[in-house]
Design a protein around this ligand. Structure first.
Ligand code: C2O
Ligand code: CU
Ligand code: CU
Length: 460
């Protein structure tokens, strides 16, 4: 595949529905993803020193199909080490992309071929898991769409990759984090983008049905979102179909989308050309702002949301929490200081956070055991206890789980891989430990992850 064709898949051009040309069907040669330096106009000026998979565009949307094998060869041309993780995909442990836990880091000039078959359809994403802070902050976060065998009846799709960049007045990168931020809520970006654009606008047919896939790939920010200007429904959450009626978020009651989380909306485009359906976001101290605008185009297709067929549930085993063994995890500050070990995958130089009062000692540290050992095939309840005033999007690799209860709120039973834990929240989640291996378990605020709030769970 030539680079030009490949670029058609970039977020900036993802309005079209025809996936055929570059979906990754069985038998295809590996698609090569080349990590390389990039430049882009995120604002007026050109920002250099970015990291992407082409010199001048965001990481493309990668398309696969449920139950069909994918081969992705990651080639690293950067002087730093890397590895690639496929967030939310329940695949074999060896393909999970976590340095030292599942593979060695990929050095300069080296490649690693990832081969897996996504069992679930939905909206997922990819990002490095080595030099995570630096490479993600500089742009290397992309969306992955796993299509259902049968499309439920949309006219088109729109992928939105939400993320901040930390730029100075001259559009050059600021340091990706501060010690002050890492020890608190994280260090926020200065420029908010959708598909690397400050004000993204996409054309879709008036009156048509659009599947809007929104992914928060930011390193820090919890986005507060609501749709405006069109009839809208939430149809999937963190990749998995939503089987209950969820309220549509509003300006007063926005949706909190933490780093790593995804939401799929079914949008019925406005009836008249020029009207728009907007994805609104609220940032502290600012009025609501449209992060992405879907502009109605042409004569009305006169579709109706009720024409959509429901998404078929993914083949995730339903846990039976009754009598299930309970494991508790406490997320909080670290009692010890000390810098985590570097081991080629980057350290921020601090230990601020911990799970069960032990900070993660660094990716390459020896003798670090699992936080819990689960028996394959059994149901478990995990109690997540936040002993800090900050919010933590807690992410588990390789397995999907269902929230059960919280001391603070009613949790809808939505299958997920990333749970946004509120201040002082104690939440129980349940899962079936059906995928063997060592699965990373960490906060997706990367500064928390990299300063101690990390561990892994073993399924044997
Ligand atoms: Cu999205 Cu361990 O990662
Ligand atoms: Cu993950
Ligand atoms: Cu956190």
């Amino acid at each position: 595949m030539k680079r030009r064709e490949f670029l058609l898949g970039s977020g900036a051009a993802a309005g079209a529905f025809g996936l055929g040309g570059w979906s990754l069907a069985a038998g295809d040669a590996a698609q090569e993803l080349v990590l390389q330096p990039a430049s882009y106009r995120l604002r007026e000026g050109l920002t250099t020193g970015m990291v992407s998979l082409s010199p001048d565009a965001p990481p493309p949307v990668l398309y696969g199909r449920q139950g069909e094998p994918m081969r992705l060869s990651v080639r690293n041309t950067l002087p730093d080490y890397t590895s690639m993780h496929w967030h939310g995909l329940r695949i074999r442990n060896e393909m999970d992309g976590v340095p030292y836990l599942t593979q060695m880091p990929i050095g300069e000039g080296e490649s690693f071929t990832y081969e897996f078959t996504p069992p679930d359809a939905g909206t997922y994403w990819y990002h490095p898991h080595c030099m995570t802070m630096e490479q993600m902050a500089r742009g290397l976060t992309g969306v992955m769409v796993i299509a259902e065998p049968e499309q439920p009846g949309f006219d088109s799709e729109q992928v939105i990759n939400l993320r901040d960049f930390r730029l100075d007045e001259g559009d050059a990168f600021l340091p990706a984090y501060t010690a002050r931020g890492a020890a608190r809520a994280g260090t926020f970006g200065t420029v908010q983008t959708a598909n690397w654009q400050g004000a993204a606008v996409y054309e879709h047919t008036a009156g048509s049905l659009v599947r809007l896939r929104v992914v928060n790939t930011d390193t820090t920010r919890i986005y507060k979102l609501h749709p405006e200007g069109a009839e809208t429904r939430i149809i999937a959450w963190d990749g998995h179909p939503v089987e209950i009626d969820l309220p549509v978020p509003t300006a007063d009651e926005p949706l909190l989308l933490g780093p790593g989380q995804r939401v799929d909306f079914a949008v019925r485009m406005p009836e008249n050309e020029g009207q728009s359906a907007d994805l609104m976001a609220k940032f502290p101290g600012q009025p609501h702002r449209a992060m992405a605008r879907l502009r109605a185009n042409g004569a009305s297709a006169a579709r109706d949301l009720r024409e959509l067929r429901p998404l078929r549930a993914n083949p995730v085993a339903r846990p039976d929490p009754n009598g299930a063994e309970l494991h508790e995890f406490v997320f909080g500050w670290t009692p010890e200081g000390g810098a985590p070990n570097d081991g080629f995958c980057g350290t921020l130089g601090y230990s601020f956070w911990s799970i069960n009062r032990k900070p993660w000692p660094g990716d390459a540290a020896q003798g670090t055991g699992p936080l819990a050992v689960l028996e394959q095939g059994k149901s478990y309840v995990l109690r997540l206890r936040n002993e800090s005033p900050n919010l933590h999007p807690i992410h588990l690799h390789g397995l999907a789980f269902v929230p059960l209860r919280s001391n603070l709120r009613t949790l809808p039973p939505l299958m997920t891989d990333t749970m946004l834990l509120l201040k002082d929240e104690i939440a129980d989640i349940a899962l079936v430990a059906d995928n063997p291996g060592d699965w990373a378990f960490h906060c997706h605020v990367i500064e928390h992850q990299k300063t101690g709030l990390t561990g892994f769970i073993r399924v044997v």
